[in-house]
Design a protein around this ligand. Sequence first.
Ligand SMILES: O=C(O)c1ccccc1NCC(=O)[C@H](O)[C@H](O)COP(=O)(O)O
Length: 220
Amino acid sequence: MFVKICGITSEDDALLAVAMDADAVGFIFAPSTRQIAPVVARDIVKRLPPEIITVGVFRDEAPERVVSIVNQAGLRAAQLHGGTPEATQYVAARVPLVIKAVAAGSPEAAAADEHGVEVVHVDGTTPGSGQTYDWDLVRAVPPGLKVVLAGGLDPGNVADAIDRVRPWGVDVASGVERDGGTPGEKDPRKVRLFVANARAAAARLPAPVEPYDWTDDTLS
Ligand SMILES: O=C(O)c1ccccc1NCC(=O)[C@H](O)[C@H](O)COP(=O)(O)O
């Protein structure tokens, strides 16, 4: 289970996410209360272990600028909200990992495979708002794509979400923030519980059924 803690605004919060066993951290370059400057993200990224997947989050951004910021900040991945399939492919040819973000239930979600990338982030209509939605809408994403479920997840509902949707990964911003904190500031207890609950739920899922190998039939 891929677990991403998004909207990182400080080195302390990035190191907290790493210490709590997250796989990825997200830096928001799109307009947001959690927006971070590329130079600040770069200084944080330098202090993270190389195995952590550092993701830049963009919305309707020119693909050339996405690539430039990813390189400037030393990131490993770009999460693209908005943009055409051609823009996604431009970035995918230049950045190691591209995550295409779509709104659950939208025409874009149903056509997510047109972007030619493997990983699709399925969010609510207002990313970063902490609002959940009908998880059944995720079924409209074309089969074969790795779904990262996002939008209104928190330590209390992430296990249920994983049981019901069986995503490849989960993503959270608002649900692990400190009540009354500065924008984006994470709550260590919420981050710990979110990651632990996600990992425990994933471990409870039944293993996928292996197709029967008819070429190795010892009964014949
Ligand atoms: O978080 C934002 O402010 C944001 C703004 C613009 C584009 C994307 C944004 N966030 C992207 C994320 O990956 C969030 O983690 C995701 O939307 C879930 O957010 P939340 O519902 O707050 O957990």
